[in-house]
Design a binder for this molecule. Structure first.
Ligand SMILES: [Zn+2]
Length: 359
């Protein structure tokens, strides 16, 4: 790669990786801002105003406006460009330096197209409780043979297109009750037994993208699969690592609640039953770059994140990596369990409360 190429940094990925709040903190002026439900307001750092409400920031849209002398607004790059009086490209490079962003990762995130999600994220899914569409979770993340929990050298790229059809599912299959799911949870996540088709003889778990569009199903064999069949199967071509299970719903929960990150579908569903609704699954024990970018769009330095992986080698290795990477973006707490093999789906209501996972 040429020198110029390595210097290239994708604008959209940088915008997705850094919040305006982080930039205000970087300038050491965040404490001058008042926090609202989804906003920050304070004196304008660009024209050095003194009016305490003229400069407003939308946290969810990650954009700002000065309602006084500047009469302008924009995204995080615009803010730095104005404040530093530089071009947007230089502003992007400043952000890369200030926040020690990884250029290769940013550009890879761009190639996957996830960074574009930023522009559409303000339009949060309008779908009411998942109804006929839904995202559920498999308890055991499909283990990647020979893959370390940390990022693989080559990550999946691209996006999953909205599916355009729904499987016909039987929500009354006994396996669902065996796994401890209530009918309410089954309905909420829209899962059920699939008699025929690609997920034939499996419990199909709908997977939605961050906008709440159904993009695929994971199929869990109900019980121990016969020799040679995997516990989980995903449709051919489905890119698991560019989705974060349940994020479309978790992101609608109040910002003051911690975001709980787990490995599997069943962890999410069982915790949902305990009242932990702001919970997402990586569908495995490793955080992909695309997933990191998606999560970053919904985190600020004031956000709390709880990482609760399975108590096994893959889980321990994976959570270290997640802690490392998300700690730059939020306050991250890792919960370890005493018992080898313990999974978050096994948590009891009182335990979840003691751990501060449950409100
Ligand atoms: Zn101003």
């Amino acid at each position: 790669m040429s020198k110029t190429a390595s210097r290239f940094v994708d604008f959209r990925a940088v915008k997705a990786a850094v919040t305006i709040e982080q930039v205000l903190a970087h300038y050491g002026i965040l404490d001058r801002f008042k926090r609202g439900q989804d906003s920050l307001s304070g004196p304008c750092p660009i024209h050095q105003g003194t009016n305490p409400t003229q400069f407003r920031v939308s946290l969810s849209k990650n954009c700002w406006n000065c309602f006084s002398d500047c009469h302008c607004g924009g995204n995080v790059l615009d803010l730095v460009a104005k404040k530093e009086n530089v071009e947007p490209m230089q502003a992007a490079n400043l952000l890369v330096e200030w926040f020690q962003l990884d250029r290769a990762q940013l550009n890879a995130a761009h190639e996957t197209g996830v960074a574009e999600g930023k522009d559409t994220q303000a339009a949060s899914p309008t779908r009411s409780p998942r109804g006929d569409v839904l995202p559920p979770s498999p308890s055991r993340p499909p283990p990647k043979p020979n893959a370390s929990p940390t990022r693989p050298a080559k990550e999946e790229t691209g996006v999953n297109k909205p599916l355009g059809f729904r499987l016909e599912l039987d929500a009354l299959h006994p396996y669902l009750a065996e796994r401890g799911l209530t009918p309410e949870t089954v309905t909420e996540f829209g899962l059920g037994y699939c008699a025929k088709g690609v997920m034939a003889q499996r419990i199909a778990i709908p997977i939605h993208d961050v906008k709440g569009e159904l993009v695929g199903y994971a199929g869990r064999w109900p019980g121990e699969p016969p020799e040679g069949r995997p516990k989980y199967r995903l449709p051919d071509g489905f890119k698991k690592s560019v989705e974060v299970f349940n994020l479309a719903w978790a992101k609608k929960e109040p910002p003051e609640l911690p975001l709980v990150i787990v490995e599997g579908f069943f962890d999410v569903m069982k915790l949902w039953q305990l009242g932990v609704k702001k919970c997402v699954a990586l569908m495995g024990s490793s955080l992909s770059t695309a997933q990191e970018v998606l999560l970053a769009q919904h985190l600020t330095p004031a956000s709390h994140v709880i990482v609760m992986f399975d108590e096994d080698d893959a889980g321990r290795e994976g959570r270290e990596d997640v802690l490392h990477r998300l700690a730059l973006r939020a306050f991250v707490r890792v919960i370890a369990f005493a018992d080898e093999g313990f999974q978050p789906e096994d948590l009891k209501a009182e335990e979840a409360k003691l751990l501060g996972v449950r409100p």
